[in-house]
Design a protein around this ligand. Structure first.
Ligand SMILES: *Cc1c(COP(=O)(O)O)cnc(C)c1O
Length: 399
């Protein structure tokens, strides 16, 4: 029954994804079902999108209500849910103003443009260079792709956008050395996602901020993956008590609906005046209504506290697995942003877990990533552990 869908996809959808041979057709909480009716526990969450689990009733109801009222109008007019979402996001963060778009890559494009425009407006039009980190991921459109310092994503797409300088993540000396009179911003994921769930030293982001302030350079955090409770706080910058000038958001923002945002302080955002940037669908009523409903749940009483405790519990269990399995190099993470780094490729573990009804994900060849819905139960986590443990034992025994 999955077969028909798989055939259509393979025949008619661009082949940009290497897909697993199942078609997911239904979801509820941490569970999803494929077309044949097989159930899976979801530790992928649509890649850190479904932070409330699938089809959360508050989000579903908000979408239904808004869809009956107004789905889309142009940003030539004021949009009620957009104004409310902007008010909410700014009251919950360092930012004063928000630009809305539809995805993470678009949010980063907006941040790149804003950083350049800010210095242009200051009479420093040559200050255009942005420093980014090895193993970063900022998106697939050409600006964000150029910001992404991973060679494998660049192959075949050159020339890239000029004006990016790549340095190692978690290396303050490298940042200090890389900054010049041409630098307009440092763009960094507070914790790297696609690059391997890489956690910085406790003082790294604070150190970056200090360097930026000394040099008059903007600090941009890409919180597309880490935002909305993924790492235990609403935004990961709170973990390190370091406020950026600009922050990009997407993934979990819309409770599953496509929406992106670039949030900034007034000082910086004032460079975005009419005509400088736009997105037709950006901040449309439907996506904003979904985002408002999702945010209300995430910021509700005890939600993040509980998610954080679940994360501590899960990491502890992963550390136990790491201790017992020599194939595991390290268990690491924050909140429900967790990983097991292996000393062998982990692709087979993903396939084996899937067969047994668990969706997990492997990045950088050898790092298993666990990013379940934030309201997953301990019981659900417990059900994965013996399966995972068995797969890792098998992997270890394989020559
Ligand atoms: C996923 C991701 C992006 C790109 O988001 P899209 O919505 O796929 O364009 C950008 N930055 C980070 C940190 C991400 O994890």
């Amino acid at each position: 029954m999955n077969k028909k869908i798989i055939q259509l996809t393979e025949k008619h959808v661009a082949g940009t994804y290497g897909r697993y041979p199942i078609a997911l057709v239904k979801g509820n909480g941490s569970k999803v079902w494929d077309k044949s009716g097989k159930q899976y526990l979801d530790f992928v969450s649509g890649l850190a999108v479904d932070n409330l689990g699938h089809c959360h009733p508050s989000v579903v109801s908000a979408i239904k209500k808004q869809a009956e009222k107004l789905i889309h109008v142009s940003n030539l007019y004021h949009i009620e849910p957009q104004s409310q979402l902007a008010e909410k996001l700014t009251s919950l963060s360092f930012a004063d103003k928000v630009f809305f778009c539809n995805s993470g890559t678009e949010a980063n494009e907006a941040a790149i443009k804003l950083a350049r425009k800010y210095f242009f407006d200051q009479g420093q039009p040559k200050r255009t260079e942005i420093i980014t980190m090895h193993n970063s991921f900022h998106g697939r459109t050409l600006g964000s792709l150029s910001a992404t310092a991973q060679k494998k994503f660049h192959i075949g797409f050159k020339p890239l956008l000029p004006g990016f300088k790549y340095i190692p993540f978690n290396d303050l000396a490298a940042a200090r050395k890389a900054i010049s009179k041409k630098t307009c911003a440092i763009l960094v994921e507070p914790l790297q996602g696609e690059g391997g769930v890489n956690i910085p030293d406790a003082s790294y982001l604070k150190g970056l901020k200090k360097i930026c302030q000394e040099q008059g350079v903007l600090l941009i955090f890409d919180e597309v993956q880490t935002g909305f409770g993924r790492t235990g706080k609403l935004f990961a910058y709170e973990l390190y008590k370091t406020k950026p000038d600009v922050m990009t958001l997407a993934k979990a923002l819309g409770g599953g609906v496509a929406i992106g945002a670039m949030a900034a302080t007034n000082r910086v955002m004032k460079s975005f005046v009419p005509g400088t940037h736009a997105a037709t669908f950006g901040g449309n009523p439907l996506a904003c209504a979904a985002a408002l409903a999702s945010l209300k749940v995430i910021t509700g009483k005890n939600f993040l506290d509980k998610a954080n405790k679940t994360g501590v519990y899960f990491l502890q269990r992963l550390k136990e697995i790491a201790k017992k399995n020599p194939v595991v190099k390290e268990a690491r993470g924050k909140g429900l942003f967790l990983a097991l780094e292996l000393n062998k490729p982990g692709g087979n573990v993903v396939v084996e877990c899937m067969k047994q009804g668990f969706l997990i994900n492997c990045i950088q060849q050898n790092t298993l990533r666990f990013i379940p819905p934030l309201n997953i139960s301990r019981k659900e986590i417990d059900s994965l552990l013996p399966v995972l443990s068995e797969c890792l034992t098998k992997l270890n025994e394989k020559p």
